[in-house]
Design a protein. Sequence first.
Length: 92
Amino acid sequence: MGSSTPYYGFWPRPGQARGVQIDLNADRIGMRCPVEAGLVGHAEKVLQALLPHLEHKDDRASAAMARNLLEEHRVAMSPALQQHQDELRRHL
């Protein structure tokens, strides 16, 4: 789904992964990382429209890997997030 996060260290290098991006703003598609397909629209509606065209797979290895990578990302980003939250609290 659309993202303008500038943390390039977390983006795959060109050729390392295949990408599809869903974004409300067509100008942002492929801005941070090359994509094979760009879909313009609200993520929920676009994903609902895509679901009937997807093939169910019983092998959950890819899903488990994605969940693990997401958790690693959250752990890696946690200090930066905490720093920003602390700065915001000081200004409130």
